[in-house]
Design a protein around this ligand. Structure first.
Ligand SMILES: Cc1ncc(COP(=O)(O)O)c(C=O)c1O
Length: 415
């Protein structure tokens, strides 16, 4: 019976299955670390040790100091914290107990007044960056948007031009550029962006959520602030981090207790932290495992193109040039991406038609729309493989794709 067919998971960009070492670490923590990590007594200190282990493992993974790692609820919160750090009403900032040194005390006022300064951000960032930028714009920040090239890469020249344009209006405080695009896998020119931003006195935030544990640290070289999410590196959901260079003063987006130096108030979760620590340690050598996946991804891509051609129309790859080794994103002329996703789900192939698809909306991907227009976006499907994907998975997935394509014939062009 088809419904009983084994599910082939090709959506490793949406999230990764927790690794057995991660589950074991969380299970072990659950038995000893149920106390509140903020409590000063023995059980509290025991729970806090797991929080600090996560901080240290993340610091090692991204190459920054543990004192400058703030644990968050995930990539979204890390990105929001990063963007808002650079903007605040000056009166509130002057009154804040913050210093510009690293570690404890490097906390500014919350970004809740009328804001000043300029931000440069690409149009292909994750919504946790683009929506945060829109929010800052509504509150007075000058936001300069940078369009991608059709290849999916943000050109350093375009970034520099946007910086100069924004600087004519207000001092540019921050540039935000992701390391790897979540939909196409295209690797962005982060080192060039860092040089451009720093030469003009701005900081660079890198959303490295899709790069950490998949690419070596050069992928976020030069960044002043780096966002990470545990669930993309085989850790648990609901925990992530923002790591910053010494001297970067953050501002909380939530107010409450003194946890995470007041930057992220709320009782911390030692179990999630134990899982994050295990995942971050494993992720140190994961880039080599991911690099070895590139030939499998290439075979998957070629076989999918062939299956589309055999069914009436070859799909078009979205994203050119340097790409992360595990993603292929294809537009299927005559088919709709969300329909293909749904039909493939029935066949037991888990894929995605863009970040919005997984949120249950049929809105075409803003990333692909910015790169190649709305039609191309509406027919796109993203396949992302991972450490456990096998050759047999790929062969079987392509067979199932061919079955779906034969059933959902393409709409002839011009009809
Ligand atoms: C590039 C990128 N940034 C940020 C996020 C958000 O991370 P989280 O789901 O942990 O909030 C994602 C998640 O898909 C992502 O791909």
């Amino acid at each position: 019976m088809r419904s009983a067919a084994r599910v082939i998971y090709l959506d490793w960009n949406a999230t990764t299955p927790p690794h057995p070492e991660v589950l074991a670490a969380m299970q072990a923590a659950a038995e000893v670390a149920w106390a509140n990590p903020a409590s000063v007594h023995g059980p509290g200190r025991r729970a806090r040790a797991f929080i600090e282990q996560a901080r240290e493992a993340v610091a090692r993974l991204v190459g920054l100091d543990a004192r400058d790692v703030t644990l968050t609820s995930g990539g979204t919160e890390a990105n929001n914290l990063a963007l808002s750090h650079a903007f605040g009403d000056e009166a509130a900032a002057a009154g804040a107990a913050g210093a510009t040194s690293a570690g404890a005390g490097a906390v500014g006022a919350p970004p809740w007044g009328r804001l000043q300064g300029a931000l440069v951000v690409s149009r292909i960032e994750h919504p946790s960056v683009t929506r945060a930028a829109e929010g800052l714009a509504r509150r007075g920040v000058e936001v300069a948007w940078v369009d991608p090239e059709p290849s999916g890469r943000v050109a350093p020249e375009a970034l520099a031009a946007a910086l100069d344009r924004a600087a004519a209006v207000a001092p540019v405080r921050l540039v935000s550029l992701q390391a790897v695009n979540h939909e196409t896998g295209v690797i962005q020119p982060v080192a060039e962006a860092a040089a451009i931003a720093h030469a003009r006195g701005a900081r660079l935030h890198v959303d490295a959520v899709q790069a950490v544990g998949r690419l070596p640290p050069e992928a976020w070289a030069g960044a002043d602030l780096v966002s990470v999410a545990a669930h993309k590196i085989r850790g648990p959901k609901g925990i992530g981090a923002l790591a910053v260079r010494p001297g970067v003063r953050l501002r909380p987006v939530l107010l409450g207790g003194a946890q995470e130096r007041g930057l992220r108030p709320g009782t911390q979760d030692p179990l999630a932290a134990a899982g994050f620590a295990a995942a971050a340690r494993r992720a140190l050598d994961a880039p080599a495992r991911y690099a070895a996946l590139a030939p499998l991804r290439d075979r998957l891509e070629a076989a999918l193109i062939e299956a589309g051609r055999a069914a009436g129309a070859a799909p078009l790859p979205n994203g050119e040039g340097a790409r992360a080794p595990h993603i292929t994103n294809l537009s299927w002329p005559g088919w709709r991406g969300d329909e293909l996703c749904a039909a493939l789900d029935l066949e037991g192939v888990a894929v995605s038609s863009g970040s919005a698809c997984s949120a249950g909306t049929a809105e075409p991907s803003p990333v692909l729309t910015a790169m190649l227009g709305p039609e191309r976006a509406a027919s796109a499907v993203r396949f992302s493989i991972g450490e456990e994907t096998t050759e047999a998975d790929v062969i079987e997935a392509v067979r199932r794709v061919a079955r779906v394509l034969a059933r959902l014939r393409p709409i002839p062009a011009g009809s």
